[in-house]
Ligand binder design. Structure first.
Ligand SMILES: *[C@@H]1O[C@H](CO)[C@@H](O)[C@H](O)[C@H]1NC(C)=O
Ligand SMILES: *[C@@H]1O[C@H](CO)[C@@H](O)[C@H](O)[C@H]1NC(C)=O
Length: 221
């Protein structure tokens, strides 16, 4: 009887604490206060994966000044030699700062059963948490490969616990004209992404908080 009482009480307190941390996270990020001090450079993290996403992301990152974003981490799935090679090529063409490629096990291989994918997803998530916790990026930019979900969630979790100050930005693919992708929608509705950037303005009708690339460029000036 007593045991059950204390168990229930601690579960309630735990959920309450989690709720408070989550709300505090949402409020802090909603205010769009500068979360980081760029004086000594910023740590940038991105996730590469699947051909199209990798190309789009590396094109985007060319606009990020290497002296400001002087510590760049590319997270790639450990079976993804293509993205790794592309990241190396892209880094050879830029100057300023330093970079690192971090491997992460894939959450789900094609054709894997649902049951075993629970474990591989868990393993990928712990790995993501470990990488994000070590690097403590100021900015996480992702655009949709499967491995970006555990990385974005890890970054949000560590920020909720106040171990990091991280902004999470999701850049939606140009193919998304009418609706957000599932990953983007999750990050949008949960408030985990500080910004969901879309390429088509009509998406604002359905998702008023998204920003277009043009708006981002204007506000960055
Ligand atoms: C990726 O590279 C490693 C070693 O560099 C190699 O052993 C592996 O076969 C490659 N995988 C693919 C899918 O090309
Ligand atoms: C980036 O910063 C992290 C955390 O301070 C550090 O561990 C890592 O070695 C740095 N990476 C590079 C490429 O300098």
């Amino acid at each position: 009887m007593h045991g059950a009482f204390w168990t229930i009480l601690s579960v309630i307190l735990f959920l309450l604490a989690l709720g408070v941390l989550y709300l505090w996270f949402i409020i802090r990020h909603f205010k769009r206060e500068p979360l980081v001090d760029p004086k000594n450079g910023l740590r940038l993290m991105t996730v590469l994966g699947s051909g199209g996403h990798t190309t789009e992301m590396l094109d985007l990152l060319k606009n990020f000044d290497g002296k400001t974003y002087n510590n760049r981490t590319y997270v790639v799935a450990d079976t993804d030699n293509h993205s790794e090679r592309k990241a190396l090529e892209s880094e050879q063409a830029r100057s300023g700062g330093d970079f690192l490629i971090e491997k992460i096990p894939r959450a789900r291989e094609v054709g894997q059963s649902k049951f075993s994918s629970v474990f591989t997803t868990l393993r990928a998530s712990l790995h993501a948490l470990w990488i994000v916790g070590r690097i403590r990026p100021a900015l996480v930019v992702v655009n949709g490969p499967g491995t970006c979900v555990p990385v974005a969630f890890s970054a949000a979790l560590l920020d909720m616990l106040r171990l990091t100050n991280t902004r999470i930005v999701y850049v939606e693919s140009i193919c998304r004209v009418e609706r957000l992708s599932l990953t983007a929608a999750i990050l949008y509705y949960s408030g985990i992404a500080d910004d969901v950037i879309v390429q088509w303005p009509q998406l604002k009708d359905t998702y008023p908080r998204v920003r277009t690339l043009d708006e981002m460029e204007t506000s960055a000036r």
